[in-house]
Write a protein that binds this ligand. Structure first.
Ligand code: ZN
Ligand code: ZN
Length: 335
């Protein structure tokens, strides 16, 4: 049995199961000024996984089995789709500083190719950020996967090279960076770069897209170091979960990054549970709206694995998880 009561007229709700398996969480359900004004409501999307509408091109083939070379790049300056980028840059953007610099080098020279390649990959990188942000479109990767390779891969397997910004499979990043001239140009070659550092640098290039405006130290010391899996991806993509982590970081510093990481992962798991309950691509911000109260209860029940005991009392397999979610929901409502 659940009982609910309100404290201080502020619509704080505490739920307690009377069989002493406690599931308590707070929810500030009504601060109209914050809900309606300071927070910009984000659209929720239809049911399905977060990147249903994002694809990765695979090479097309002619009837005789030969490959069709139809790869397009997105122009760094005008965002148009272009197949011959060097020619496009020379013809259309020859008044841009970088292009002018490239044109001072002879045709087919290494230096000219280096600058054009950098502009091409930066253009594709900006295109990919837009695709990931809108969750719709085709990701432009450096090497298109074959049909067979694409079947076992997900979008989270791809990330940008911190040197050239080209998208590639994360597991190939280390090998790529050994050879990437752009990466060598931006890193101190006297320092030995660890494999993990490259992965962190790569993740850092995607964090700005979450809409979270934390500081660089938090991003580089905490966000990029958390375990890289689906749960941390959900956390990194939600500005309110990032803000929760940043708030704990400001209070306790990077020495508590495990605690920060755990809090963010807990809320990411809660968010995944809420998405399952609603069949919508909701954000944490959506979940603290008053009308979502019943959904929050259902999501917590599912997350903490609520079931009936032998004596018909409700019980939770992980009661502490419900408590933590409650505390963090209480924490984020003041942002
Ligand atoms: Zn252009
Ligand atoms: Zn590279």
């Amino acid at each position: 049995m659940l009982c609910a009561y309100y404290i201080m007229g502020g619509y704080w709700v505490v739920l307690v199961d009377l069989n002493c398996t406690v599931a308590k969480f707070f929810m500030h359900t009504c601060i109209p000024s914050i809900a309606a004004g300071q927070r910009k409501k984000r659209k929720t999307k239809a049911a399905g996984t977060r990147y249903d509408k994002v694809t990765i091109d695979i090479p097309r083939k002619k009837a005789n089995g030969r490959r069709i070379w139809d790869k397009k790049h997105s122009c760094f300056y005008c965002e148009k789709d272009v197949s011959k980028m060097a020619r496009h840059l020379e013809d259309v953007h020859n008044d841009e500083r970088k292009v002018m610099e490239a044109l001072t080098y002879p045709k087919l020279s290494k230096q000219r190719g280096f600058i054009f390649e950098s502009l091409t990959r930066h253009g594709d990188y900006l295109h990919n950020l837009k695709v990931l942000h809108n969750k719709e479109g085709s990701l432009r990767v450096m090497r298109k996967p074959t049909q067979q390779q694409s079947e076992g891969r997900s979008l989270s397997d791809y990330g940008p090279c911190p040197g050239c910004y080209g998208f590639l499979i994360k597991s190939d990043l280390w090998r790529h960076c050994q050879k990437c001239e752009h990466y060598k140009a931006v890193t101190d070659q006297s320092e030995s770069r660890q494999r993990g550092q490259m992965q962190r640098d790569s993740r850092l290039l995607l964090i700005g897209d979450a809409g979270f405006k934390g500081d660089q130290k938090f991003s580089s010391e905490v966000l990029t170091t958390v375990q890289d899996d689906d749960i941390s991806q959900v956390a990194r993509e939600d500005w309110l979960i990032c803000t929760l982590g940043y708030d704990i970081f400001e209070q306790h510093g990077a020495s508590q990054k495990k605690v920060i990481s755990q809090s963010m992962r807990t809320m990411a798991r809660f968010l995944q549970s809420a998405r399952d309950v609603t069949s919508q691509n909701v954000n944490l911000e959506d979940m603290i709206a008053p009308e979502m109260f019943d959904t929050v209860v259902s999501a917590v029940h599912s997350l903490a694995r609520r079931s009936q005991s032998d004596r018909s009392y409700p019980k939770y397999d992980i009661p502490s998880l419900a408590l933590k979610v409650g505390n963090y929901l209480c924490h984020v409502q003041v942002f």
